[in-house]
Design a protein around this ligand. Structure first.
Ligand SMILES: [Zn+2]
Length: 474
């Protein structure tokens, strides 16, 4: 492995809770790991990356995505819908239209967008499964992430139940048999899952939703199998207020109580969304050390609400950030997502402000979340949720997953504190370099060996193909 010295960074955010800023300007990398930080003199065998005008962050860790949706952006029938209607109109209507080629293009687009926003690790909640699938989506995802040099966590989704529509289901909406699904999780774990806190490939047990995808008994069995295999657990939960109604109607309890009864809480569990929670559910999440993948742009786009990260973190919940699928987030990149998280946490708190004559105590949300908080959630928080704690922070001994943003665009002119630019100013910064495990994955804003114009043409063709197959276009 090559020896690299990053020299002259203008500023560094570390992702750590304590000491979120480093006074260091240089980072020495050996064998994929940060060896030292400080003021360092180049050595003869080192490649030097000049990071003048650059801000260094840990590479982002995206903890919730559905990469197949990268070809479903702005799909008109689902554009102005809330969750259930959107699911039927867009992801479910198009899922049977995917074949290996269109799926591969979708995955590549999503991964490339993330990479170009400074993201090094992706957890994809892949639920595009039906009996006798004609292609192996997991293999495609690992291949594509591998080709781009990213860490990849496959959250193997699926369902044995469908909501209504039992008869005459299209093939792509037919549920799997529980035993076949679990056997596939075992196969994938044996084939891909690497142990350790700096793993490049991991597998996670991930029924599509805990409330609706399986029977309670199957859900409990899935948790037990996951723990016997040493893999983590992930699912959607409490994305809208409907989850509270559904859990009460089906099981006579809160969604979180239901999960806890099926052994689906704990240090090894994280849920996407958690927008609508009762106070006792927040407590239960915190007491069990469970985690959240906060997806503010998707929650906004679908009109679902804004998760209360401040209360969740205060209760002991592990907080991370995910972009969710591009069918409900047309800006599926981590710079946009963290920018939104920063603004929306503050807006959320301000919305709760009451006048003093009604017993109000604060004027707004000015202290709800700092840039340092958001960077920590998007880096170290994600690493913690995934168990990849040897990544996600800038410190000696940690994996060299490092994004260098060059802030010489007018967008950043006039900043009093250049360190906050990549999140505070919004938009995508010029990526001087992105390193993942010490390997250069992006250099001078380009991904080596990737023809972006060709990918754009393939995307357009793939969109036409999907539209034809879904009967949108003749
Ligand atoms: Zn999702």
């Amino acid at each position: 492995m090559s020896a690299i010295l990053i020299k002259n960074c203008a500023a560094m955010l570390t992702g750590a809770r304590h000491a979120p800023r480093s006074p260091a300007r240089d980072i020495r990398i050996r064998d994929g790991v940060i060896l030292e930080m400080g003021e360092l003199t180049p050595q003869a065998d080192e490649r030097v990356i000049d990071a003048r005008d650059c801000v260094a962050y840990p590479a982002w860790v995206n903890t919730h995505h559905h990469l197949f949706q990268s070809l479903l952006k702005g799909e008109p029938q689902g554009l102005n819908q809330s969750l259930s209607a959107w699911l039927a109109a867009t992801p479910y209507r198009f899922r049977g239209a995917f074949d290996e080629q269109t799926f591969r293009i979708a995955a590549r687009i999503g991964l490339v967008e993330l990479l170009r926003s400074g993201c090094g690790t992706v957890a994809d909640h892949h639920y595009l499964y039906w009996p006798d699938m004609p292609f192996d989506g997991a293999a495609v995802l690992f291949e594509e992430a591998d080709a781009l040099g990213m860490r990849f966590v496959l959250c193997r989704g699926g369902a044995t139940q469908t909501r209504g529509l039992e008869s005459d289901l299209p093939t792509a909406l037919r549920p799997e048999k529980f035993d076949a699904w679990m056997a596939d999780v075992e196969r994938l774990t044996a084939k891909y899952h690497q142990p350790g806190t700096q793993a490049f490939r991991q597998v996670v047990m991930a029924p599509t939703t805990t409330l609706h995808s399986t029977t309670p008994q199957e859900l409990r069995e899935s948790a037990r199998l996951a723990r016997s295999l040493g893999i983590r657990l992930h699912s959607h939960l409490s994305e809208t207020v409907d989850y509270l109604d559904a859990a009460r109607a089906k099981f006579g309890m809160t969604p979180l109580q239901f999960c806890a009864e099926q052994e689906w809480t704990g240090e090894d569990v994280w849920f996407a969304h958690l927008v609508k929670l009762l106070p006792e559910e927040i407590r239960l999440l915190g007491e069990t050390g469970s985690g959240i993948a906060h997806c503010p742009q998707s929650n906004g786009r679908l009109g679902s609400g804004i998760a209360d990260l401040v209360a969740l973190e205060a209760a002991g919940v592990k907080v991370s950030i995910g972009v969710d699928g591009a069918a409900s987030n047309e800006a599926a990149d981590m710079q946009s997502e963290t920018h939104a998280a920063w603004l929306l946490q503050r807006a959320r708190k301000g919305m709760l402000a009451k006048p003093r004559y009604e017993g109000g105590e604060f004027e707004g949300g000015g202290d709800a979340a700092t840039i340092e908080d958001v960077v920590r959630w998007g880096t170290a928080g994600g690493a913690q949720v995934l168990g990849l704690t040897g990544t996600g922070t800038l410190a000696p001994g940690q994996a060299a997953d490092i994004a260098l943003y060059r802030l010489d665009d007018p967008r950043y002119f006039g900043l009093h504190d250049i360190a906050i630019g990549p999140v505070a100013c919004g938009g995508r910064a010029y990526l001087k370099a992105l390193l993942v495990g010490g390997r250069v994955a992006v250099e001078e804003d380009r991904i080596p060996g990737l023809d972006l114009a060709a990918l754009g043409r393939q995307a357009q063709e793939a969109v036409f193909t999907l539209q034809r197959r879904a009967g949108v276009r003749g």
